[in-house]
Design a protein. Sequence first.
Length: 277
Amino acid sequence: MSRIGIIAGNGRFPFLALQGARSLGHDVTVVAVKEEAFPELEQAARDADASFHPVSLGHLGKCIKILQADGVSRAVMAGQVRHSKIFSGIVPDLTLLSVLTRLKARNTDALISAVAEVLRDHGIELMDSTVFLGPLLAGEGVLTARGPTEDEQGDFVFGYRVADAIAGLDVGQTIVVKNRAVVAVEAMEGTDEVIERAGRVAGAGVRVVKVAKPNQDMRFDVPVVGTATVDAMRAAGATAMTIDAGRTLVIDGDKVFAAAGAAGIAIVGRPRSEQRG
């Protein structure tokens, strides 16, 4: 098996990608973003007999050199790098600076697509970030103990049009709706934070609509939900959530649906045929 690179941000995603790659017999090199990756990832890499290299956000040239030195020709991006840090916390090296100076738009898609091109130029191909995690992609239809009520489904249908448009503009992937009105739109703060904000604004009874981008590039910025998402929903009084089947990573697997069921929350996977792109 070949050696796989994992460019790791925060959350459990890098741990699962590491486990999945090793289970298939791949050697692994983990390049961890210092400002984001969980400290426990280093020990997990050691336990999995993987090499581990912390790199500061913005040091793209160093990342490339590490991967090349280990003979890596394929890599995955796993884990979140908060958008607010991407555009305010970067101290770029010369390699990344050359990327930034030729960007036509300073949004996440444009930046990471340009980074992917630079990696390819140096012989490193970015793969589908869920390549080792297929069983954790959301299925279609009702995923929890109960399905959505008529009112909840109505909010979903209303919300899809808005959420798809927002995602297409690379603003965010999540909106929160109540009674056919948009309560909150995700920007750089992240899903859990926008849910919390919606609860403060509109109180109990809000519904979460989380979508993939039209023509979602599965190499990066894939929608992710987990038990923390359910915790945020419960705290905000949210009653239901819809996610895009086949393009949303359910990071904690069935624990997410069990936690939702215990909280009386409905989760639905929007069929692939009804999604944009």
